[in-house]
Design a protein around this ligand. Structure first.
Ligand SMILES: Nc1ncnc2c1ncn2[C@@H]1O[C@H](COP(=O)(O)OP(=O)(O)OP(=O)(O)O)[C@@H](O)[C@H]1O
Ligand SMILES: [Mg+2]
Length: 362
């Protein structure tokens, strides 16, 4: 049968054709609900499109990240006092911790607009100059994945950030000349999961550089309670904590787990989310007590069974597990390092005693 071209224009139609037979099959899939993509990957999926409804929109509604909030509170108050835009801000940290959310909150608190874009969308000089000249005084320009900016875009940003000036090159070769266009003062908020990949001239132009850290269980518990309330499903405090513990320190994941548990409990016709029905639901979704899924456990057990626990290089882990190297490095590994299941040494990654005992128990 002929394959129809892009039914809905979604980029993942490739996967639809390949996944069924190519993807690894879990050894123990019995009684597990097949979920794809994994519920505990922090990168946003199309399923998370409802995120906007549960995003906090004030600084006081933003749970956790105490130091970040303190710093920004001062920066916002000072900028407002002077009647100037806030300093340029670089936010970095793993996906799903609240970078975009924070940027929108700053715009609300500063009472300005926030234009959102992402570095790969700024390929040609006119992409970025178009955005810059259209900013109103004080506006925020949010550039996601800022480590992926190309050189030309970066160089256009330097005078824009420093002097609110756009230097446009007109003509080519020896007859080319530069025309400077004044810009309205604005705030650039850059977000990245890979701060090490940002060139130092760009990094140096940010007045504020702030890291977002994984959330503590009590902070995530508060987020879970808030989300359940917004979803209008009763939840017991113990249940919120159970979900939070499996949320990998990441609000996006915790919120996703709340929605899945709500679905399960609703279908079971249980009026309240309790610790026990939340635990049963999440076990069925194959998310264990530490928020690990099948892939996390595969990586850890491959290291233990095939490499005496390591240390092993990233390339080797990727080859041995069939997982993408970038996904391991940027999405899977940060949390495993954070909870002390993996260690990074100069010779590669090694499994810790803590991970071994967790795998034995589960
Ligand atoms: N501090 C917080 N309090 C409550 N909810 C939060 C908080 N931070 C994030 N969230 C929730 O988590 C979701 C993901 O956050 P956000 O999109 O801001 O993450 P991000 O860091 O921009 O991720 P990415 O790196 O993938 O762009 C939001 O929709 C929001 O509902
Ligand atoms: Mg974001």
């Amino acid at each position: 049968m002929a394959i129809k071209r892009s039914g809905n224009g979604k980029s993942n139609n490739n996967n639809d054709k390949k996944t069924p037979n190519k993807k690894r099959q879990s050894k123990k899939q019995t009684n597990k609900i097949e979920t794809k993509p994994s519920l505990v990957r922090a990168v946003a999926t199309s399923e998370d499109s409802s995120e906007a409804q549960i995003r906090p929109n004030t600084l006081s509604g933003y749970i956790g990240q105490k130091e970040l909030k303190e710093t920004l509170k001062i920066a916002i108050a000072a900028a407002r006092g002077r009647g100037e835009p806030m300093d340029h801000l670089l936010l970095y940290g793993p996906p799903g911790l609240g970078k975009t959310t924070m940027s929108l909150i700053i715009a609300t608190e500063m009472e300005v607009d926030c234009k959102i874009t992402t570095a790969p969308a700024l390929e040609r000089p006119r992409d970025i100059s178009g955005l810059l000249v259209n900013l109103k005084p004080g506006d925020i320009l949010f550039v996601d994945e800022i480590h992926r900016l190309n050189r030309i875009a970066e160089e256009l940003l330097y005078p824009a950030m420093e002097d609110f000036r756009l230097d446009i090159t007109i003509g080519k070769g020896q007859t080319s000349r530069i025309r400077s266009v004044p810009l309205k003062p604005f705030t650039l908020v850059g977000a990245t999961t890979k701060v090490g990949s940002i060139s130092s001239p760009l990094r140096d132009r940010f007045g504020l550089i702030q890291r977002l850290r994984f959330y503590e269980i009590d902070e995530l518990t508060e987020i879970v309670l808030r989300t359940a309330k917004l979803l209008k499903y009763p939840i017991e405090p113990d249940a919120a904590e159970e979900i939070a513990r499996r949320g990998r320190g990441t609000p996006r994941i915790a919120n996703r787990l709340v929605r899945r548990v709500r679905d399960y409990v609703q279908v079971q016709k249980e009026p309240v989310i309790t610790q026990s029905n939340a635990a049963i639901a999440l076990d069925k979704y194959n998310v264990d007590r530490f928020g690990l899924d099948w892939t996390d456990r595969l990586i850890l057990s491959t290291l233990i069974d095939n490499f005496h626990g390591g240390p092993v290089g990233l390339e080797t882990i990727a080859a041995a597990t069939g997982e993408d190297k970038k996904t391991i490095e940027e999405v899977i590994e940060p949390y495993l390092l954070q909870i002390g299941f993996l260690q990074r040494t100069s010779r590669g990654r090694a499994v810790t005693e803590r991970a071994r005992s967790h795998l034995q128990k589960s």
